[in-house]
Design a protein around this ligand. Structure first.
Ligand SMILES: [Mg+2]
Length: 175
């Protein structure tokens, strides 16, 4: 199914519109230190699993602050990806990302894409801080387009994005 059959588009950010210049290994080391300080010996996990573990251990705010700092720095030096040129200059576009909203806004503003989107939904945008593959962030982005989920395609680069789209009831396309 082509994107033309959808009235609205929601884009993932990192790996889809831009590559954030984040040293994720450094993020993971920082998160491991936060967990180590509270006596949790983390198994080898990625940043998002470490964030889950930090929240479970009661140090979620510190973990969130560390990740966000790296992301905003990485957003300043993000590399534009070819798909960014395909963002329609229309009203019905939004962004739904696992990155913090501030980093998303910095990267989108630097690429002069921020004015093209109706909503930027990051992992910290919703009161409950639901994160993909939870469907809530994508549904919030869809809501900003004033369209039902089935009329919207989510464009992303990760299996997590495909799973989010499935749960939210939108279409999906790999970038
Ligand atoms: Mg991505």
């Amino acid at each position: 199914m082509s994107d033309d059959t959808y009235a609205g588009v929601v884009y993932d950010l990192d790996g889809t519109l831009v590559d954030l210049a984040v040293n994720w290994r450094a993020v993971e080391r920082g998160l491991e230190r936060i967990l180590d300080d509270v006596g949790v010996d983390p198994a080898p996990l990625d940043a998002w699993e470490l964030l889950d573990a930090a929240e479970d251990a009661g140090v979620g705010d510190a973990a969130e602050a560390l990740i966000s700092e790296h992301e905003v720095d990485g957003a300043e030096r993000a590399i534009r990806l070819p798909h960014a040129d395909d963002v329609p200059d229309a009203e019905r576009v939004a962004v739904c990302s696992l990155n913090c909203e501030r980093a998303c806004r910095v990267a989108l503003a630097n690429e002069e894409l921020l004015d093209h989107v109706r909503a930027v939904v990051g992992r910290d945008s919703l009161p409950g801080r639901e994160r993909k593959p939870h469907p809530a962030p994508l549904l919030r982005a869809v809501e900003s387009l004033d369209l039902p989920p089935e009329d919207v395609v989510f464009v992303g680069d990760a299996d997590r994005d495909a799973e989010t789209a499935r749960r939210a009831g939108t279409g999906f396309r790999y970038v």
